[in-house]
Design a protein around this ligand. Structure first.
Ligand SMILES: Cc1cc2nc3c(=O)[nH]c(=O)nc-3n(C[C@H](O)[C@H](O)[C@H](O)COP(=O)(O)OP(=O)(O)OC[C@H]3O[C@@H](n4cnc5c(N)ncnc54)[C@H](O)[C@@H]3O)c2cc1C
Length: 398
């Protein structure tokens, strides 16, 4: 322990203060009971090296499996709670359009079945009806579409800021520029070491480190089969800006191969469009911030065919990291070998769920007697067979 400073004792420590970790820090602090909660972030809060730094992410109830639909309903309610607590608008509901060409990457019928099972209403639309409602679209007659009215935009810049502000107001200590170098478990006695030579003792650790997750888990003997890709989103000029107003134009997902998604104009120069899993494999430490002209060309080709005349030149492209499990399902679970360590990994489609995941993680972290998350989180178990493989299914789930 020479040279290591005692950083104090905390009931729970969150490692990583992106979208999910900030939510967990707030929910832990809000649980009250005089508990001491610490959040540690290696960079400055709001940095853009991870996955949650942008002004818009898609939120939607339309999902391919019932459990996601049900979680998405709860997650939107959680976001509304955060909005009320901080007095800011985080969700902007625009409606959501899922568009499936023949031979889609994901079955649009699965979306319909999952929403039906969860009691969520939606409309089937054909290509003519889509073009009637939103004349920007030019679809082939065999394109099938679903419109679900609760789709929209979740704002990470505001959402993360709100969670961090509320966490501090509820008594949590959030330290930025404080990288965790290791998590130690000595017979159930947990501590976290930081690069600046401090050691913090704790009852539980929530690892919300996304692309950096394995740097923390590998020394604990549990590496996950993760693939990190450098993705990009592009804002385009719109010759008729009113056509992409969030009050008029819905978020959309093209379930084709490749798959694309887009959002109306929101706190940016125009509509935002991206290819889902269009980026190259990289690593959190080895990534660059260079944009990929081939990926942009694929987006532009798609837009030229599907929204001819409605989209102008690209104005800005921003890169961001996807961290993918082989089945693209989340990991929300305790480490089997170290039950005080809880892993939260969103597999590149979790921003919309962050406000709810914070609550679920806080419940796990504050109740060491609870062996595992409840049945609703069973698909996200860390010991599921898909995590014993090393191949990633790159099907769409923005
Ligand atoms: C281009 C793009 C588009 C997306 N679109 C959508 C969408 O439309 N809808 C949706 O729901 N989701 C979407 N996602 C996915 C969503 O953004 C992520 O799932 C979510 O933001 C992940 O949050 P996180 O907190 O796990 O990760 P991050 O925000 O990356 O946070 C992890 C944090 O941990 C910190 N950290 C790591 N290691 C350490 C350490 N050792 N010590 C201290 N701190 C550490 C990092 O610095 C980072 O701040 C998209 C992602 C990308 C990249």
């Amino acid at each position: 322990m020479t040279g290591t400073q005692d950083g104090g004792t905390y009931d729970a420590i969150v490692v990583g203060l992106g979208g999910i970790g900030s939510a967990a820090a707030y929910r832990l602090a809000a649980a009250g009971g005089g508990r001491r909660i610490l959040g540690l972030e290696q960079f400055e809060l709001g940095h853009d090296r991870g996955a949650s730094s942008d002004v818009s992410r898609i939120t939607r109830l339309s999902y391919h499996r019932r459990e996601y639909v049900e979680l998405a309903i709860e997650a939107q309610a959680s976001w509304r709670e955060i909005e009320r607590a901080c007095g800011e608008t985080i969700l902007t509901i625009t409606g959501g359009l899922d568009l499936a060409p023949p031979n889609p990457a994901e079955s649009i019928d699965d979306y319909a079945a999952a929403m039906t099972a969860a009691g969520v209403g939606f409309e089937w639309l054909d290509a003519v009806e889509v073009a009637r409602r939103w004349p920007t679209w030019r679809l082939d007659p065999d394109t099938r579409a679903i419109f679900q009215e609760a789709g929209g935009i979740a704002d990470p810049e505001r959402g993360n800021g709100a969670h961090q502000h509320l966490a501090r107001a509820a008594g949590a200590s959030l330290l930025e520029r404080t990288r965790v170098s290791a998590i130690d478990d000595r017979g159930g006695e947990l501590s976290v070491r930081t690069d600046d030579g401090r050691r913090f003792s704790t009852g539980s650790v929530v690892v919300a480190a996304d692309a950096w997750t394995n740097e923390l888990l590998e020394p604990l003997g549990h590496a996950l089969p993760l693939t990190v890709t450098r993705e990009q989103v592009t804002w385009f000029e719109a010759p008729n800006p009113a056509a992409f107003d969030p009050g008029r134009f819905p978020i959309w997902i093209w379930l084709g191969r490749p798959s694309f998604y887009g959002l109306p104009t929101y706190r940016g120069p125009g509509p935002k469009v991206a290819e889902d899993v269009g980026g190259r494999v990289t690593s959190a430490g080895g990534r660059t911030f260079l944009t990929d002209p081939d990926c942009l060309a694929r987006v532009e080709t798609f837009l030229a065919a599907r929204m001819p005349g409605s989209i102008g030149p690209a104005v800005r492209t921003k890169t961001c990291l996807y961290t993918l499990t082989p089945d693209r399902d989340f990991v929300i679970d305790r480490l089997p070998e170290h039950s005080g360590v809880i892993v939260a990994l969103g597999s590149a489609h979790a921003y919309k769920f962050a406000a709810l995941l914070g609550t679920l993680l806080a419940e796990l972290a504050l109740d060491p007697t609870r062996p595992a998350p409840g049945p609703e989180l069973e698909p996200f178990a860390i010991d599921r067979p898909a995590l014993a493989t090393s191949t990633t299914n790159l099907a769409t789930t923005a």
